[in-house]
Design a protein around this ligand. Structure first.
Ligand SMILES: *Cc1c(COP(=O)(O)O)cnc(C)c1O
Length: 217
């Protein structure tokens, strides 16, 4: 299946970049995909998935977790504060922390719930007005604020502009992570994950190349 091809390409890109085998993990982004495609990828043994909407994830993953052990779920889409509690209970990692208000809400809820998923800060490397993510110039301050709040920030995530060379954005994200002592880099999708691995990605988020084209509606 396509999953095997993508995993093989990840291993090859790791080797080419002189990185250890397994340094990069595949987040299979299953948003909008029909259940049978998701089940096939689970049956093949894959366990790490990404969703971009809390509501959609809530509708399918609790039942899938009952049937398949060891599922790890990442939120890769924007998070509204009023959905933060549900997201914290559903996801193992929230990759899209992008503003102080959300950080403060997550901190308050983690006190209340006694636990918090791992977190990444999303950086809007292209400074696109319509896109989520903290601006690169504000990233250090947001990371520092998260740490002051005691939040478990492990890395950074970005979604480069569609019409620009992504490698420049990946390199910028890696630089911000390095100067803040953060190990994880979630970057690279179906069209550019090999370039992201060359720039140090530790997670690649691949949807259509694993599952097939998304069919909306
Ligand atoms: C949909 C999505 C992906 C996967 O995109 P593909 O091009 O299908 O690989 C990755 N990251 C985010 C944030 C997404 O919303």
């Amino acid at each position: 299946m396509a999953l095997d091809d993508i995993v093989a390409r990840i291993r090859a890109a790791e080797a080419k970049a002189g990185r250890p085998t397994g340094a990069v993990r595949l987040v299979a982004v299953s948003k909008v995909q029909p259940l049978d495609r998701i089940e096939a990828v689970l049956a093949a043994g894959h366990r790490l998935f990404g969703e971009n909407k809390v509501q959609e994830a809530a509708g399918k993953w609790p039942a899938l977790r009952d049937r398949f052990d060891g599922v790890e779920l990442h939120l890769v889409g924007p998070l509204q504060t009023n959905k933060a509690r549900q997201a914290m209970q559903l996801f193992d990692c929230i990759e899209t922390v992008d503003r102080p208000k959300l950080a403060r809400t997550l901190a308050r809820l983690s006190d209340e719930l006694g636990t918090c998923p791992r977190l990444m800060v999303q950086v809007n490397t292209g400074e696109e007005p319509q896109k989520a993510g903290v601006l690169p110039g504000d990233a250090d301050a947001l990371i520092a604020e998260c740490r002051t709040l005691g939040l478990p920030v492990v890395g950074l995530m970005c979604l480069p502009p569609a019409d620009e060379e992504p490698s420049l954005h990946f390199a910028l994200l890696a630089k911000i992570a390095a100067r803040n002592g953060l190990d994880e880099l979630s970057m690279g999708m179906s069209a550019d994950f090999e370039r992201a691995i060359a720039q140090g990605a530790t997670y690649v988020r691949v949807g259509s190349a694993v599952f097939g084209e998304r069919v909306y509606g």
